[in-house]
Write a protein that binds this ligand. Sequence first.
Ligand SMILES: [Zn+2]
Length: 149
Amino acid sequence: MKIIIPRPIISKLFEHALLEDPNECCGLLIGKENKVRNIQKCQNIHSSPITRYTIEPKDLLKAENFSDENNMEILAIYHSHTHSQAYPSSTDIENAIESMWTNPYYILISLVEKTRPIIRAYKILEDKNVEEVIIEHDGQAYISPTKNS
Ligand SMILES: [Zn+2]
């Protein structure tokens, strides 16, 4: 499994995460056939935005309409972790399954090290297992350095 995210969109993801810090940012990546073409930044309306996120429903609707109009689909949901690693939390996994949004990929941006944000992609499966998805950009695989490398 892989998702192709052009470099300018990866930069926008980092920018969005740093802008909202210490709150979590969230949004949607729209595209076609595993290639992201558009980023839709969303408002995080959760009452505890430092550790949780909820996408503003109007933003979601806007993204769905944009996707339909342009013959694309919502490929991924992204959000940041400002104080933890780029891995879905147990809440993230439960929410994905409860909302039945297991089709899109989940993109996590970690700001544990602000000078070196980490981005990773996952597939959350209905049995609560999580599989890492490779992020490619400009034809090259992008694998974030692990914490100790
Ligand atoms: Zn999370």
